[in-house]
Design a binder for this molecule. Structure first.
Ligand SMILES: Cc1cc2nc3c(=O)[nH]c(=O)nc-3n(C[C@H](O)[C@H](O)[C@H](O)COP(=O)(O)O)c2cc1C
Length: 384
């Protein structure tokens, strides 16, 4: 008997990216990126919180693992930021701007939940539970911090550069094009998609309300066809709530040329999530997420936790971006480390970005197995 034939699925996305299946995986785990790219999709490394040295190291490792197999990198390039004309504020200036009142609120919360302090000399980026702390504390979303990361991407020869939170400046897009790389941008409205297209973005990612991470207010069922129509001629990847072949097939029926996924990889064996967070995800239902400014200062979907609830109930508002992210940088590491050893009530505060599809993430599987199941089911449904 001949072995079962793997389905193929050719769209404008597979052609442009040189991949087998139009399934892209956003992940902070380089292992997930490798697994998905090797399986025939494309892994895209979330690099916004990496230092320049970490990004260089990860790109070198990905290059060794993947050779000619395509992969991408994603950064957050905010469309607007303070003192943009002077290149943005320096990290120290931003840290100094965090109000004492907010620092005191967080200190009180850490005490209330018995979250252990970090030992003296602790360096951000240390390992928890054998994996990385989900989001390390060294990102500040300033132009000054982002430009060197962008330069590393430009020099890297990756296949795809993706950008969230705004439209990349035209000269940045041109610079990627000159080096033979493609540029994708996340859009939460049709208008936003149009702006990406006008700026020269090659692929627009229509990301709906239910998605994990920073997200807008329009659900995928409405957003995807709206963006497809608005950017006619530019291929669209659908994002938000896609974790199965059924959901992928539905997105393709709405006009997408492929899908962009995030949450589904968070319960893969290769994910960066800590054991505590992964357990919470496996046990969660769709209603357990919340779109909150508590972690970064902009609305981001995450698992509801003591942290998000404390900010909902607080007399003070979360700060904006990047100040709230700066405020959260140390607590998130303390919480992850406290949760790993079950100190005090640290586990109640442990959270991470995840979409409403978390309700369907009920098993821990290798990323390649998750990938195969999605594309096989999707191909079968589209055939029907
Ligand atoms: C843990 C996590 C972190 C994310 N961080 C980023 C990011 O740094 N940049 C970005 O473009 N998108 C980010 N996103 C959004 C994803 O790129 C993607 O659009 C989203 O996960 C798709 O929806 P889904 O979570 O329902 O699959 C993040 C998503 C998750 C779950």
């Amino acid at each position: 008997m001949s072995p079962p034939r793997r389905p193929t699925m050719q769209t404008e996305i597979t052609e442009r990216l040189g991949i087998e299946f139009p399934l892209l995986a956003f992940s902070h785990s380089a292992d997930v990126v490798v697994a998905v790219s090797r399986a025939g999709g494309m892994g895209v490394l979330g690099a916004a919180q990496l230092s320049v040295e970490e990004l260089e190291r990860k790109l070198a490792w990905l290059g060794e693992e993947l050779g000619e197999v395509p992969f991408g990198v994603d950064l957050l390039l905010p469309g607007r930021y303070e003192k943009a004309d002077e290149g943005g504020l320096a990290r120290e200036e931003l840290i100094a701007q965090v109000p004492d009142q907010h620092r005191a609120f967080v200190a009180g919360l850490m005490d209330e939940y018995g979250v252990p302090e970090l030992e003296e000399g602790y360096e951000f980026g240390d390992i928890v539970d054998g994996r990385g702390v989900p989001v390390t504390g060294n990102h500040t979303y300033t132009a000054k911090d982002t430009q060197p990361l962008l330069d590393v991407c430009l020099a890297s020869g990756i296949t795809l550069f993706a950008n969230a939170l705004g439209v990349a400046p035209t000269d940045t897009i041109d610079a990627f094009h000159e080096r033979g790389m493609l540029v994708a941008g996340l859009a939460g409205t049709a208008r936003h998609g149009e702006k990406h297209r006008q700026a020269g973005t090659d692929i627009v990612i229509a990301q709906g309300y239910e998605a994990g991470g920073h997200t807008g207010e329009i659900g995928s069922m409405v957003l995807i066809p709206d963006v497809v129509d608005a950017v006619e001629g530019t291929p669209v990847l659908a994002a938000g709530g896609i974790a199965s072949g059924r959901q992928m097939a539905a997105a393709m029926m709405l006009g997408a040329a492929g899908v962009w996924t995030g949450s589904v990889w968070l319960t893969s064996e290769e994910a960066e999530t800590t054991d505590v967070v992964r357990e919470k995800f496996v046990g969660a239902v769709a209603a357990d997420t919340v779109r909150s400014r508590a972690c970064t200062g902009r609305p981001a979907r995450q698992l509801r936790s003591g942290w998000s609830e404390a900010w909902e109930e607080a007399d003070i508002e979360p700060l904006g971006m990047p100040h709230q992210g700066i405020l959260y940088a140390e607590p998130q590491v303390r919480i992850a480390r406290g949760a790993a050893v079950d100190a005090g009530r640290s586990r109640e505060l442990a959270t991470y970005f995840v979409g409403q599809v978390v309700g369907r993430l009920d098993r821990v599987l290798p990323a390649a197995a998750i990938f195969d199941e999605i594309v096989t089911d999707c191909a079968e449904l589209l055939d029907r």
